[in-house]
Design a binder for this molecule. Structure first.
Ligand SMILES: C=C1C[C@]23C[C@@]1(O)CC[C@H]2[C@@]12CCC[C@@](C)(C(=O)O1)[C@H]2[C@@H]3C(=O)O
Ligand SMILES: O=C(O)CCC(=O)C(=O)O
Ligand SMILES: [Fe+2]
Length: 341
């Protein structure tokens, strides 16, 4: 059926590269984790550049569409997701990542699966390792949570399911604003809105432990997200950076209670390049254990991935979302270039 899991069944992440480092035992950065980092641009005040949009503002639909066109990344506040729920997601994520390594290894993501504990999907594309461990939730998380906390799994699962339940309509609303701003028939906007009903969004919990020397380390290597929209909370600790050719790497400042919204590759294709997918990376901290959590909003794998405005010359070839995800899983950063006409 139409889930992203099937893409990874065909292109498994091999186990030897799927195990994160045991960060607790490290006193210095091993060579395997030392990157030649492109420097950040500190001369610009990114807090004055990247838009922070109040979703209760009467002009919110236009502000959202404008920010997605100009940046491919922006932040939203007054989005309706309760702060208490956001705090619970963070504390459940911390509870998980604070478990001993041998416990987390019991829920290691199997090579052909999407869900569970492990390194980022993009890890095999790099010869250096990232200072990161992740936990991915796709359908239910009960199986994994029962292994981790046999007598106390419910608070984790209830929190994550409640979070997903609140994120879906928010992501749909943003997608609706964006698609409506394109020159496409209302029925097509409706079809796309409904296409996200067939899949349950993916939740990704990210952990970036304190690092003895963060200057040469990356939490996550530069990447774009694959699906339509990613909504991410950085839990008040900076680390997320965004790249644009004309400005270089700038920090995305943590804004209390906000979600960072990233345009993903699939939305770049649907919009014929009007909403550019955001190229981003994560840096780490010396003393703070940074957590972030994200909701990945995607369509059914059977949906067409092609420019929607038929009056325009298409810049990308037509394919299904499944085909695009398979190209991304094989070629990572090269994928968008490979489907450009
Ligand atoms: C829905 C998804 C997006 C994601 C791949 C995945 O199937 C589940 C994990 C997601 C994640 C999180 C960390 C960064 C990222 C690039 C990765 O390696 O795994 C994203 C993937 C993505 O957007 O392509
Ligand atoms: O941790 C972050 O700020 C970003 C995480 C991210 O890029 C992702 O989960 O795709
Ligand atoms: Fe990302």
């Amino acid at each position: 059926m139409g889930s992203i899991t099937e893409v990874f069944k065909n292109d498994p992440l091999h186990l030897d590269s799927a195990i994160p480092l045991d960060f607790d035992t490290l006193k210095s950065v091993p060579e395997s984790h030392e990157w030649a980092l492109e420097p950040s641009n500190h001369s610009l005040d990114s807090s004055k550049m990247l838009p922070v949009i109040d979703l209760t503002h009467p002009d919110a639909p236009h502000l959202v569409a404008h920010a997605a066109r100009t940046w491919g990344i922006f932040q939203i506040v007054n989005h309706g997701v309760p702060l208490g729920l956001m705090q619970s997601v963070e504390s459940e994520a911390r509870r998980l990542f604070n478990l001993p390594t041998q416990d987390k290894m019991k829920v290691l993501r199997s090579p052909e699966n999407l869900a569970g504990y492990g390194v980022a999907r993009i890890a095999p594309f790099y010869d250096k390792c990232m200072w990161h461990e992740g936990f991915t939730i796709h359908d239910s998380c009960v199986g994994h949570a029962k292994i981790l906390w046999p007598h106390d799994y419910e608070s984790f699962c209830n929190t994550m399911m409640e979070f997903r339940h609140k994120m879906k309509p928010l992501a749909d609303q943003l997608l609706h604003y964006l698609l409506k701003s394109l020159n496409i028939p209302g029925e097509l906007v409706q079809i796309w809105a409904e296409s996200t009903d067939k899949v349950s969004g993916t939740i990704q919990l990210n952990s970036y432990p304190p690092c003895p020397d963060p200057r040469h380390v990356l939490g996550l290597a530069p990447h774009t997200d694959t699906l339509l929209l990613t909504l991410l909370n950085q839990c008040q600790i900076s680390g997320l950076q965004y790249f644009r050719d004309d400005i270089g790497w700038i920090s995305v400042p943590p804004v209390p209670g906000a979600f960072v919204v990233n345009v993903g590759d699939t939305l770049e294709i649907l919009s014929n390049g009007k909403f550019p997918s955001a190229y981003h990376r994560v840096t780490v901290n010396e003393n703070k254990h940074r957590i972030s959590y994200a909701y990945f909003h995607g369509p059914s794998m059977d949906s067409p991935a092609e420019p929607l405005d038929k009056a325009e010359k298409p810049l990308y070839r037509s394919m299904t979302v499944r085909e695009y995800c398979a190209i991304k899983a094989k070629h990572n950063e090269e994928a968008l270039g490979l489907v450009k006409l």
